[in-house]
Design a protein around this ligand. Sequence first.
Ligand SMILES: [Cu+2]
Length: 134
Amino acid sequence: MKFARTLLVAVAAAAVLGASAGAATPTTVTFPMKALNASGENGTATVTQVPTGVKVVVSLKGAPATAQPTHIHVGTCGAINKAPEYPLTNTVNGKSTTVVKGVTLAQLLAGHYAVNVHKSATAIATYVSCGNIK
Ligand SMILES: [Cu+2]
């Protein structure tokens, strides 16, 4: 009888573990940001679920002190929609931190989105760094 109860508990615990593993959405993802157009601006970006939306932190090496427009775009770095989907804080000295409201990390991971850094406000068409959110 004691054995049967132990077995039951073990099976129940395994079921709970299996259910939580299957439904697991990460609370944060970190992915590489790769330099484009010989900018040398390589680094990482981290997207973290917060109560009001997602927090996006970009960290690049070799970036200038001038403001570099930064956005989340629909698509991937190889095939990106030119219209920004979610504006982020300008990257300055390789750093940008933004809370984007009204979107979840699960939504971003379910679609194709990329963090994209532009050379400057006047050279907006030149991309200097990009990373696929995954
Ligand atoms: Cu952009």
